[in-house]
Design a protein around this ligand. Structure first.
Ligand SMILES: [Zn+2]
Length: 316
């Protein structure tokens, strides 16, 4: 479903041969390799627990050549998790968005966040930063960094005017975008995400390489879908909070491989994000929440229950 064959297909149809995409799942973002005579550049590194597979995918795309640089769109665990392992494997320096520097320099912020949502990441050293308005070379063209706030207020996306190619991170997917935080109306994260979509519309890319999912060309359709999703969240913090809980839960199930249904309530009780969201927006209490989340996610097709265990249906 998301193996090299699909990457090859899109390489042939939508993208020049110098741009390779390892299409992954949800726990791992895609890896985008920009092959360039001045040195190959990789965008984003996946989740820490899957770093070996990521290294294998990147090695295949490099075809024996060295990796000159790794650049991150934003510093969430599914985009930076493989940074340390890739730096060890390929000796490549790392560039992060400038505004993410405080959350990487003080790694305890990452640790607190990961404990809050039950995720993990491995500390890494970066060598350079990039900010909106700056650019880098890759695949024989310039990639402009543009602010991509919303899902991550400090995130970036990278646009190559030559060929009209956008590496969108989690600012725009073919069917949606990265979750936005629940907040009382007006929700500043929704407002920011809409700004990022307006930037994309203005750039008018011919093809988008998203952080998750296949590259796509129907950008107008994707923008419309993302805007309607944000509109549904804008005035409804309860709905946003419920959505966030489901996103966080599936993400952790991908990482953990699943959970015993009987243990789900105890699990959500010990991961602070669920209590927090419930107290701020829902006020329903945690009793039965784990089982309820599993029920809703089974109905949505994201989980299935096998022999008393809820397991994800999608690839990691
Ligand atoms: Zn992501």
């Amino acid at each position: 479903m998301s193996g090299p064959s699909s990457a090859t297909r899109y390489t042939l149809s939508l993208l020049p041969d110098s741009i390779r995409v390892a299409v992954r799942g949800w726990l791992n973002c895609n890896q985008v390799l920009l092959r360039d005579p001045e040195g190959h550049v990789l965008v984003d590194s996946g989740y820490a627990a899957c770093a070996d597979e990521t290294i294998g995918r990147v090695r295949a795309m490099l075809e024996g050549e060295p990796l000159a640089r790794l650049v991150n769109t934003h510093c969430h665990s599914d985009h930076i998790g493989g940074n340390a392992a890739l730096a060890r494997a390929f000796g490549c320096p790392i560039t992060i968005p400038r505004d993410e520097v405080p959350t990487i320099d003080d790694w305890s912020i990452q640790e607190r966040w990961n404990a809050y949502v039950d995720q993990e990441a491995e500390p890494f050293d970066y060598e350079a930063t990039i900010a909106a308005g700056q650019s880098f070379r890759g695949a024989g063209r310039d990639w402009q960094a543009h602010a991509a706030p919303g899902h991550d207020m400090e995130g970036l996306m990278f646009f190559a005017p030559e060929g009209g190619i956008l590496i969108s991170g989690d600012a725009l997917w073919e069917n949606g975008l990265g979750f936005v935080w629940a907040h009382e109306t007006p929700n500043p994260f929704v407002e920011a995400a809409l700004e990022a979509l307006a930037t994309i519309e203005r750039l008018s890319p011919r093809v988008v390489i998203p952080g998750h999912g296949e590259p796509f060309a129907d950008v107008a359709g994707a923008l419309a879908r993302a805007r309607s999703r944000l509109a549904a969240f804008a005035d409804d913090p309860r709905r946003t909070a419920r959505h966030m809980m489901k996103v966080m839960f599936v993400f952790s199930m991908l990482h953990r491989g699943g959970i015993a249904v009987a243990g789900a309530d105890a699990y959500v009780a010990r991961v602070p994000v669920y209590r927090d969201l419930d107290e701020r927006f829902l006020g329903e209490g945690l009793d039965g929440l784990g089982a309820r989340l599993i029920g809703e996610l089974v109905k949505a097709g994201a989980l299935r229950v096998e022999a008393g265990r809820a397991v994800p249906t999608m690839p990691a």
